[in-house]
Design a protein around this ligand. Structure first.
Ligand SMILES: Cc1cc2nc3c(=O)[nH]c(=O)nc-3n(C[C@H](O)[C@H](O)[C@H](O)COP(=O)(O)O)c2cc1C
Length: 174
């Protein structure tokens, strides 16, 4: 069940406006819960997902820099908002606007994370697709050891003074 072996079809699946796609993970990003909408759109059954790393739906066109930023944000105890392109089991893809949040015990200790995804604003997908393509190109040019650094630098340059969260929230909420 390795996503690296899935060949993208280029076919896009669009979410309904009311659909919410939810997963929960442990601290290392292994899936501990997936709702029915996630299983349906991603084309996996529950046993394919539980205990499996969330990169099972990683699309090869998503820059590493975005996930680096996501984990940095989560490990800082903050929630992350972002546009994400995911791969289904048969190679189709879907874009979401994701809100990934630390999952805390009543005492405040972080015990995992959860993500709630909704239909993304079309203009946001268009803008982020172009930015992600640039980040991916910068990563490939820099090579594996310096990919993240190059990608994050390009992102910071393109955001010019604002930050990723403010940028994507403005794109999503208009
Ligand atoms: C709660 C949560 C939800 C996540 N959702 C996704 C997701 O929908 N798609 C995805 O590709 N990665 C998601 N990730 C990030 C993955 O764990 C992983 O960092 C990412 O796919 C990059 O994988 P790689 O390091 O193998 O390149 C999520 C992580 C967490 C903690």
């Amino acid at each position: 069940m390795k996503n690296r072996q899935i060949v993208p079809t280029g076919r896009e699946i669009e979410l309904d406006a009311t659909q919410q796609i939810v997963t929960k993970t442990d601290l290392s990003g292994r899936i501990t819960y997936a709702n029915r909408a996630f299983m349906q759109i991603s084309d996996y059954a529950e046993p394919d997902l539980l205990g499996v790393q969330h990169n099972i739906v990683r699309h090869p066109e998503m820059p590493r820099g975005v996930y680096h930023l996501m984990w940095e944000t989560l490990q800082g105890g903050r929630e992350f908002f972002g546009f994400v392109k995911n791969l289904t089991a048969n190679g189709d893809h879907y874009w979401v606007f994701a809100n990934v949040t630390p999952d805390r015990e009543p005492g405040g200790k972080v015990v995992g994370f959860f993500s709630v995804r909704r239909r993304p604003a079309a203009a946001g997908v268009k803008a982020m697709q172009a930015l992600y393509a640039e980040m991916l190109a910068a990563e490939r040019k820099a090579g594996p050891a310096r990919a993240i650094e190059a990608s994050r630098a390009l992102l910071a340059a393109r955001l010019a003074g604002t930050d990723y969260e403010r940028h994507v929230l403005a794109l999503q909420l208009g």
